[in-house]
Design a protein. Structure first.
Ligand SMILES: [Zn+2]
Length: 271
């Protein structure tokens, strides 16, 4: 759903003329309360990678900017800095896509928070990453629209993120004999094996992921970005893909994500 409306100016435009106003389009991935009525937003942008923006006094909507500063929204903002090292401030802004469907349930909010925390981890300041940003956009869109099982959306996001960050090779061919299909996966070596070669590796951390899941992972790794979600798997395989995805993501990124712990709690409560 497209919502476009111009919003009134933030009252603090001091210094805007000195450093100029910049346009930035991106996704609001995090917000922290700051003082009584302000928030510091993390925004993953097309133009500058990850940025921090001070949204002053917009918790009360008096400035009219509340809508364009909502978490998980895809927004287009005009920003300025008072000084070189200070945070960006918002001059004006509009919503490109609100993804309002995400706010319909605690579960979807928890998924979105996790996707955003991961994206915040891999996209750096002054390093725009359009592929990763588009992946996050498509992921939030599908989540907001209930187009696919959440576990499939999550698994695709996790494995595609690893592929985009160069941390996951193509898993379609056995590393030992070169045959397909592969059914075994060894996360510590990022390698995979066919049924007969994998059987000889029982003592290692090689796991039997199965042909359906491994072929889904190689599809996710190699597909064009527009088609990366376009496959079907039985529910049990989607669940496995999702569990393997979070295992691999935390393992390869060497990170623990607080939002993932929260997501798993929310999912456990939801049954
Ligand atoms: Zn083999």
């Amino acid at each position: 759903m497209q919502k476009k409306h111009h919003l009134c100016r933030d009252n603090d435009t001091k210094g805007a003329r000195e450093l100029g106003i910049v346009e930035a389009e991106g996704i609001i991935t995090r917000e922290i309360k700051y003082g009584d009525s302000s928030r510091i937003l993390t925004i993953l942008t097309k133009e500058f990678g990850k940025i921090s923006v001070l949204a002053g006094g917009v918790r009360t909507n008096k400035s009219g900017l509340l809508a364009a500063t909502q978490l998980f929204s895809h927004v287009s903002l005009q920003l300025f800095k008072g000084r070189e090292k200070s945070l960006y401030k918002i001059n004006s802004g509009e919503i490109v896509t609100s993804f309002s469907g995400i706010r319909e349930s605690l579960e979807k909010m928890a998924y979105a928070s996790y996707f955003c925390e991961v994206a915040n981890d891999v996209i750096q300041e002054n390093a725009p990453d359009m592929e990763q940003l588009n992946l996050l956009l498509n992921t939030l869109f599908l989540l907001s629209q209930d187009k696919l099982p959440y576990t499939q959306i999550k698994g695709v996001f996790e494995f595609r993120t690893l592929a985009l960050q160069g941390l996951l090779p193509d898993l379609s061919v056995c590393d030992q004999c070169g045959n397909s299909p592969t059914v075994f996966f060894c996360p510590s070596e990022a390698s995979c094996y066919c049924a007969s070669c994998g059987d000889t590796r029982a003592a290692t951390d090689t796991i039997h992921a199965g042909e359906a899941v491994l072929s889904a992972i190689s599809y996710i790794t190699l597909a064009e970005s527009k088609k990366v979600f376009a496959f079907t798997l039985p529910e049990s395989s989607c669940n496995y893909l999702s569990k393997l995805g979070e295992y691999c993501l935390t393992y390869y990124l060497e990170r623990q994500f607080q939002t993932l712990n929260y997501l798993n709690k929310v999912c456990a409560l939801g049954g």
